[in-house]
Design a binder for this molecule. Sequence first.
Ligand SMILES: NC(=O)c1ccc[n+]([C@@H]2O[C@H](COP(=O)([O-])OP(=O)(O)OC[C@H]3O[C@@H](n4cnc5c(N)ncnc54)[C@H](OP(=O)(O)O)[C@@H]3O)[C@@H](O)[C@H]2O)c1
Length: 231
Amino acid sequence: MVNVKTTRLLATYDSQGFRVAVISRDSARLDKLKDFVSPSTKGNLITLVGNVGSEDGAEEAKQALLKLVGNVTDVVSSLGFSWWQGGPPHTQTVKELHWVIETLLLSTFASWKAFFPLVRDDSDCTYTFITGGAGEKLLMPGTGFLTVGAASALTFCQVLREEYPDVSCKLNQVKINTGVGTPERMAPGFLNHLELGQAVATLIERRNTSHTIYPVSCPADLKTVILEGNL
Ligand SMILES: NC(=O)c1ccc[n+]([C@@H]2O[C@H](COP(=O)([O-])OP(=O)(O)OC[C@H]3O[C@@H](n4cnc5c(N)ncnc54)[C@H](OP(=O)(O)O)[C@@H]3O)[C@@H](O)[C@H]2O)c1
């Protein structure tokens, strides 16, 4: 499995003996990640320094990964940033908007272009996007550019569903309409990062839906929406 970037799936996959590969631009972050995995299953975690945000970088990361693992069955794309509140648009710059689009949309596209061919034609394979929930309205005052970026990622996912209606691989999206936190940094209605990871891992393993959006707005949705499929 390739986890383009998220620590959240690790706990579940680690405990079930799957091999998980995580690609990051930052080796220090990968080292931190290794500490998160239990010593007995450390061998199941493959870390790779790479930048999947450009076509060349994503291709290079893919080739390096294939050399290490040989075969990829599931891809999770969770690119972007958690939260950014830069203020209303008249206070911001083109440079900031570039950064937002680069981080939320261009990296999602570049990595998809490189990694999707690895799973596209196999019905036992999956490609899952984790996105924010913007798109319909401003997240809150001051989050205009975050909303633009998140909406562009949502639209990209929609485009893929419509452009590839008959693709064999299971192409799904988990759309998170709330915050995600560690136990130390929780707020009412936030999802626990490990519980989210567990739910996404279950969804991937189930392999029984495709072209489906799983909207998650509160912790209870992890069970009712993702695990029980009440969309
Ligand atoms: N966290 C939340 O509360 C929350 C809530 C709702 C929705 N979401 C959604 O969840 C998704 C992931 O967010 P997150 O909270 O997991 O953010 P995160 O912890 O910041 O992780 C996102 C990862 O994306 C990677 N990335 C960003 N730009 C990149 C680029 N140009 N090239 C390569 N890699 C790049 C970064 O990898 P590096 O390791 O290389 O820096 C980063 O680790 C986003 O779509 C976000 O909208 C998050």
